[in-house]
Design a protein around this ligand. Structure first.
Ligand code: SF4
Length: 397
């Protein structure tokens, strides 16, 4: 580790693919759709409520951002997240697809993912998504338990999940991911098990499961600090995470990333770009992008975003270019989210640094504790290490 702290950079290997490797030139595009009907009290995403009248202007602003690319840049994946992309009308969905086809067309066989809320999934919207080329929907189920949904302030009814899944399939979108949240106060292990079992009945080919977090400043965090409720203890949360891994692996899902599970061949290719620390475009309020080694994040203020983008001004409020050492550390942190971890050859090619230069002696105690594996292939987390991801990353850096 000391050696890595010097910032010494090993020359790139001769296998360097040349001037346009995927960590410099984006192969993925993220578009943020901030509109939500209600601000769920645990959420700290970049969102806007009560602003439906601005949706068309918002698409104008996103188009203006893409126009600044200056030329068409073909990519492999599109991902619309939010906020709530399914809040767009069928016409707006098709318009945004058209804008993106002009500036960032998807290569044949590309992946197009879109996040939807179950109660937005009507036939017209799903038909527009299918017509626009959506190949994959990520449905925000969160729970099948009414009281849990109420606590989370999610507005849908659990029975709407069935119709969302059926409509997506009828529309020809066969690639279905379900999002679940575990660890709400009072959620028993048995209730969480029932959530997982109910979700499995829909036979999706992908799951994202997240532990409820209390982000500072959110209404939920304020309620917790006032003592309105008692959050689950760490070991209770871990037992729910462990149960998810057990049940989903038994059902044939590969736990390919800390929070994600996929049937063979059904990983989210877009998110794999992030975990490889490769480049991506991002457009929309609060969207991040990583192009040619520069990280930028757009303003989270809707009015400022609209004003600046439509005036042809810079929409980013944060911008930084990482040093080779910082980039290598970030690559390791992201790679470790993957089941495959950081692979030696890939890491060297990506960063110009040997894995040992970054990991150094800090790995040894983690290997001894059974949290990390370090071998010929590279460095990866054990199952126990994945439970303690944040802690392990804290020790490594
Ligand atoms: S619907 Fe999703 S993005 Fe919108 S406020 Fe709720 S959790 Fe946040």
């Amino acid at each position: 580790m000391m050696e890595s702290m010097t910032g010494k950079v090993t020359p790139r290997p001769s296998s360097d693919p040349g001037p346009s490797p995927p960590w410099r030139v984006p192969t993925a595009v993220y578009v943020h759709i901030p509109f939500c009907r209600h601000h769920c009290h645990y959420c700290d995403f970049a969102i806007a409520t009560g602003k439906n009248h601005l949706k068309d202007r918002y698409l104008d602003a996103v188009e203006a951002e893409f126009t600044r690319l200056g030329e068409s840049r073909p990519v492999e994946t599109w991902f619309w997240g939010g906020g709530t992309p399914s809040e767009l009308s069928p016409e707006q969905i098709l318009r945004l697809c058209q804008i993106m086809r002009r500036w960032v067309p998807l290569n044949p066989g590309g992946e197009f993912s879109l996040e939807v809320n179950p109660d937005d999934c009507d036939p017209a919207r799903l038909a527009a998504m299918a017509e626009g080329g959506v190949t994959r929907v990520s449905i925000g189920v969160q729970s099948f338990h009414n009281a849990t949904l109420e606590f989370l302030e999610r507005r849908h009814d659990p029975t709407q999940v069935a119709s969302a899944v059926a409509l997506a399939r009828q529309s020809g979108i066969a690639n279905i991911s379900l999002d679940l949240i575990f660890g709400s106060p009072g959620q028993s292990l048995e209730l969480w098990k029932r959530d997982l079992q109910s979700a499995l009945e829909f036979q999706p080919n992908h799951f994202s499961t997240y532990g409820l977090t209390y982000e500072k400043g959110t209404p939920l965090w304020k309620r917790m600090t006032k003592g309105d409720f008692l959050p689950l203890a760490d070991d209770q949360e871990l037992s729910r995470y462990e149960l998810a891994i057990d049940l989903l692996e038994q059902a044939g899902f590969e736990h390919y990333e800390v929070s994600n599970f996929a049937k063979p061949g059904r990983r989210c290719k877009h998110n794999e770009v992030y975990w490889a620390n490769h480049a991506y475009f991002g457009a929309g309020m609060g969207a991040a992008r990583y192009v040619n080694g520069k990280r930028e994040v757009n303003t989270r203020d809707l009015d400022a975003y609209l004003r600046k983008s439509l005036a042809g001004e810079e929409t980013a409020f944060q911008s930084e270019s990482l040093s080779p050492l910082e980039e290598a550390k970030e690559t390791l942190g992201l790679n470790l989210r993957r089941q495959a971890g950081a692979r030696r050859a890939e890491f060297l090619q990506r960063t110009g640094l040997h894995l040992e230069e970054i990991v150094g002696s800090k790995a040894e105690p983690l290997v001894e504790k059974g949290l990390l594996i370090q071998d010929m292939q590279g460095v990866r987390l054990t199952r126990q290490g994945r439970y303690l991801f944040d802690w392990v990353i804290g020790r490594l850096f």
